[in-house]
Design a protein around this ligand. Structure first.
Ligand SMILES: Nc1ncnc2c1ncn2[C@@H]1O[C@H](COP(=O)(O)OP(=O)(O)OP(=O)(O)O)[C@@H](O)[C@H]1O
Ligand SMILES: [Mg+2]
Length: 471
């Protein structure tokens, strides 16, 4: 944010004086030299020598300050990031009594920033003093050389007076030009960062003129898919499974086993290193990103709410939806009751990142959003993890309705949620270790059966639990 805001400011601050003043200055300086040469070439040499000396000083100052200023800009960006992080997590800092430590570290960063800034400021001060002194030096030099030349009849008094005028004009224009150039060198590092951000491409490459994904039935196939995070150890290896149209696939496994990564690959948050993912026979790498993402409804553990009204947050699923459709989605997701109890109802603001709502309320709004999107493929990544068991069981019904006719992928730690899946894919350390139906996997007594036992669930008990709670 800081880089972009500062970059825009700086661009504006460069273009405006460039067009308004510097073009005029350039024209004056370019015409001044030939006119001076025609008037008296000997005195002109003094003028040109001054011009050269002046430029040399400023080039030296710019060389000295460019690296320093870049350092300053980088520190500025770091501090902005640091402060953004602190403000975003202020409740954590308070409860862990970390505020004084963090303040100290901010103070240290600020001191370092100043320490980096001072040498640069010193050089600019030197340049300012020399620039100011230059006009006096110029006039004295013209008078001195003019007097000598006049004595030898090589210049008239009129020439000397004219050249004093030239020198004053030239120095004042040069002064403006220099302060502009110093401004450029001050802004250059920040502009470099700005263009770096502006030019940064997505790591997901979209083929030019890629056709839109056509989802007719929602048949999803993972074909020997492998992916490793760049520079990280997290990975998935040789994933091969398919979701037939309308089926629900549950992905389970210990934390860090690659479940979210697998769903990320399906949305092309990253591209597989090996293998491919097909939707209705089309490799998702070959279709347009927008069409792929339009075909998938997603609910994450982190609801992702905006500082807007409840209705607006749900309408992100479909910006053209009428209020009736929004309310319907909310009813299906089991959030209508708590919304109308809120002051302002659907027009109530949820606060930054939905802080005005409970974790469970946030998740239900995220589910309503996915319902409203009405996409043929549904991805639920621990979509109900923030709900209590009873609410989850009640919501199960709306989720079941939501899943009807859609190919659905569910990630859940609570095995009761995945009881009704058509097929379960069990991951461990990025590899698929088992797959099959719930009862089949329990009977097999492998990893899944162990997970289920640890969760205190057997097929029968789980059934009873959920039914009792739903009632
Ligand atoms: N952006 C990332 N960069 C590098 N490594 C990552 C990144 N995201 C996840 N990982 C690593 O990849 C592995 C799989 O992560 P993933 O989020 O898929 O796990 P998961 O099965 O969804 O776990 P959980 O049940 O806790 O959500 C982990 O070891 C994790 O540390
Ligand atoms: Mg996850």
């Amino acid at each position: 944010m800081r880089i972009m805001i500062a970059g825009c400011d700086n661009l504006f601050g460069l273009w405006l004086p460039l067009l308004r003043e510097q073009t005029v200055n350039a024209v004056i300086l370019i015409t001044l030299v030939p006119v001076a040469l025609m008037t008296n070439w000997r005195l002109s040499l003094v003028l040109i020598a001054l011009l050269g000396g002046y430029s040399a000083i400023n080039i030296i100052v710019m060389r000295r300050t460019s690296v320093g200023q870049e350092n300053v800009e980088n520190r500025f960006t770091d501090i902005s990031g640091q402060l953004g992080d602190l403000f975003g997590n202020v409740t954590v800092l308070q409860s862990f009594l970390a505020v004084p430590d963090e303040l100290r570290s901010v103070r240290t960063s600020l001191h370092e920033l100043l320490r980096a800034q001072y040498p640069v400021l010193n050089w600019w001060a030197v340049s300012a003093v020399l620039t100011r002194g230059a006009s006096s030096i110029a006039i004295v030099a013209i008078f001195g050389v003019g007097t000598v030349l006049a004595r030898q009849q090589l210049a008239t008094i009129g020439d000397v007076v004219t050249f004093v005028g030239f020198a004053t004009l030239m120095i004042s224009r040069l002064e403006q030009l220099t302060s502009f150039i110093i401004g450029v060198s001050q802004r250059l590092p920040s502009l470099e960062q700005f263009y770096e951000v502006l030019d940064a491409g997505s790591h997901i490459e979209e083929q030019p003129n890629a056709p839109a994904l056509r989802v007719e039935r929602g048949h999803v196939t993972f074909d020997n898919v492998s992916f490793r995070y760049p520079g990280g150890s997290g990975q998935v290896c040789n994933l091969s499974f398919e979701a037939k149209p309308g089926q629900t696939i549950a992905i389970v496994g210990p934390t860090g086993s690659g479940k979210s990564t697998a769903l990320g690959l399906l949305q092309r948050a990253f591209d597989p290193d090996k293998g491919r993912i097909l939707v209705d026979g089309q490799d998702i790498k070959g279709v347009s990103l927008a069409s792929l993402r339009a075909s998938t409804g997603v609910v994450f553990q982190e609801a992702g709410l905006f500082n807007r009204t409840i209705a607006e947050n749900i309408a992100i699923g479909n910006p053209d939806a009428a209020m009736v459709a929004i309310e319907n989605a909310a009813k299906l997701a089991g959030c209508h009751e708590f919304i109308i109890r809120k002051e302002g109802g659907y027009a109530a603001n949820v606060g930054e990142r939905g802080q005005g709502l409970s974790g469970g309320e946030r998740q239900r709004i995220a589910i309503a959003r996915a319902l409203l999107k009405d996409a043929p493929i549904l991805l639920l990544d621990e979509a109900t993890s923030a709900l209590d068991v009873a609410t989850e069981a009640r919501l199960q019904e709306s989720l079941d309705r939501l899943r009807q006719g859609r190919t659905t992928f569910i990630i859940a730690h609570r095995l009761s949620t995945i009881r009704s899946a058509d097929r379960i894919v069990v991951l461990d350390q990025g590899r698929m270790v088992e797959t099959g139906g719930f009862d089949e996997l329990i009977a097999r007594g492998g990893t899944f059966a162990m997970l289920a036992r640890d969760a205190g669930l057997t097929a029968a008990a789980n059934d009873l639990d959920v039914k009792a709670l739903a009632a």
